[in-house]
Design a protein. Sequence first.
Length: 395
Amino acid sequence: MAQRPINDNIYLDHGATTPVRSEVIEAMLPYWTTSYGNPSSVHRFGQVAGDALLRARETIAELLNARPEEIIFTGCGSESDNLAIRGVMWEARRSGCGNHLITSSIEHKAVLETALQLRDFANFDLTILPVDNFGRVTINDIEAAIRPDTVLVSIMAANNEIGTLQSIDEIGALLREKGVIFHTDAIQAVASNNWDMRQMPIDLMSLAPHKFYGPKGIGILFSRSDLNLVPSLTGGSQENGRRAGTENVAFAIGAAEALRLTMAERNELTDHYQKLTSLIIKGILDAFPDDCILTGHPVDRLPNNASFAFRHLSGNDLLLHLDIEGISVSSGSACLSGDPKPSIVLEAIGLSDNWTRGGLRITVGKQNSERDIDYLLRILPSIVERLRQLSIQFS
Ligand SMILES: Cc1ncc(COP(=O)(O)O)c(C=O)c1O
């Protein structure tokens, strides 16, 4: 079957990644074509690249109200999570000040798998906290899990599948009081907060520019200046000795420009996203009153996320049929789409087997319009009906 041109398709999977903005591409271009020096080189090409890298770092620091030396460029969001968690835990091992790490059951795999590997291969102690039906970690559970040797708590700012926002300020305040380091994976949440790292009780924060109209292949880690991190990627002394390897100057410039534009347009974007997701949520819940639920918190959620669970249906089947109709969505996390196993996030919020394979995540973006949503709402009922008939026939 001929595939329709990609530009005719409706992209509703901005939680997986976003297109790169034209302003960002324009800002990056010179660092491949004319100003391509290695920022560590002493000569003038190196100096131009080094200045650009510093400018990118300063811009990001200013936007987050942090210091330039607190901004580390990495290769992706996962690497930022890895560096935060491994860096802090190995430093604790080196300096003999604790062995225990706390995280939650609905973290992205970049956090969960890192924590599990530290437990299984290096004998760190790990507590994985449960979440409530909305996907929130409770402050009481965190407080109860803290031990004298607890070094780090890593709790995401917003969940990638169901969009629930955590009470980051409250969690951070508790951890400050207890003297425990706090990392938050804010990879989905960059536009959901006016991040002010001088005011907010956060010690480390991971961001990924490809989630906010910047390039793939670069991550950002904010790490408070009084923290020592043992580097995971060893070699040269780039990034103040915290991450070896020649820096990706063009992508750093692109990351800074993408963050600048996102922060400048934050309110406007939030209003646009909320308008579209309200239409989706109402439209889908009205169309399937008995067999579909909204997952995640009804109010404290990412403005661009509308996530659902369908009873007795496979989210992967839904996404494939929507794709045939030209609508791109996700059945959960992008890394796990296509995986027929039940969603661990849907299990963690207490859904039964009938629901946990039926996740559907719709994440809107800048270029979506009400027409896109009308089309989605028009197409979806016939797909659900078709899949139900098929499951009856084959059961
Ligand atoms: C919450 C969260 N953390 C981490 C990641 C990993 O980021 P990356 O794919 O840039 O490595 C993602 C990506 O989807 C995410 O949504």
